[in-house]
Design a protein around this ligand. Sequence first.
Ligand code: AMP
Ligand code: MG
Length: 375
Amino acid sequence: MIRLRGCFSLDWPEIKGTKILNASDPLHAKEALHFAATILQKGGVVAFPTETVYGLGADARSARAVGKIFAAKNRPGDNPLIVHVTGMEQVRELVLEIPPKAYLLGEKFWPGPLTLVLPKSDLLPGETTAGLHSVAVRVPAHPLALALLELAALPVAAPSANLSGSPSPTTAHHVIADLAGRIDAILDGGPCSVGVESTVLSLLTAPPVLLRPGGVTLEQLGMVLQEEIVDLCRNGVEFTGTPPAPGMKYRHYAPRALLYLVELGEKQEERINDLLADLQGRGMRPGLLLTAETAHNFPFTNHVPLEIVGSQRDPKTAASRLYGALRRLDNEGVDVIVAEGFAEEEMGRALMNRLHKAASRVIVAPGNRKGPKMR
Ligand code: AMP
Ligand code: MG
């Protein structure tokens, strides 16, 4: 752990040696930001809020500092990190060239939940990009994230601030649950607004390739670029050999409980009901993750822990609540989470991508293209 002495007046509370820096309180925000920025400058690791999820930051130029991120998260070393910067000027030193499409997208969506993959310069060590010749960059929109990047004045590598594989953290409490005792500090700025990770778009090829759907939708990207984008994230696209984004091969976002995803389509409620009865019949404890519309039709679920994520008509809100709901159901001690699927369009694409990656079984709609996935 990094120890800072002398220059800070506030004595921040600690959990297992991790400082909890309360930046929600305007009286202390400045001091909290200074403290966090100093830790980054000294090669430490700090969790901080972004508009997507909480990130776990370290100096992207230092192999030693980013090594602490991989260690704290138990992240496989071949999964590269996203580098966070204050704007296009800072991107310049990290990449070989900035293509016109990057300017166009940066202008429209930065600061915001869009990550661009570009050819990498020599400034960053191989550890940050997992040995790739490309780097993923993003300008976050959260005011605390931007203020921290300004103060630290260095590119900050930051994956989500959770243990690898578990649901991403959307509050400081989620970070504490996963990483207290493993990192130097947590900058607490309240809940994240978007709630799912950024969209990752590779500009290494023409046409560009969507590597992860997220806070900026495919539809929005298409409007700006006015060209077709190759969507490698459609559920059901299988890879042979090396996946285009290393992160694609790992199970992600998964609660401790098994997750069964009931795809949207004909007889969805009936399929949920049958599944519930089957699980209970086998002595298992299910939990439900439903929309308000569907929950309304399940009046008999009073003994089943239920999380309502929003409405079918509002996948954006549902996405923002997803990870918190998964963690709460885990805390209820359920064996299986039965989750309702959404339409795969707009923010529903990001939501379904996370649910599919977390799922150990998919109950497809009748007439849908694929057989059920079992694990
Ligand atoms: P995380 O930071 O854990 O939310 O994940 C970052 C995502 O971006 C992962 O899926 C990575 O595989 C992907 N990524 C990061 N850098 C690159 C890169 N240079 N090329 C392709 N994908 C990348
Ligand atoms: Mg992550």
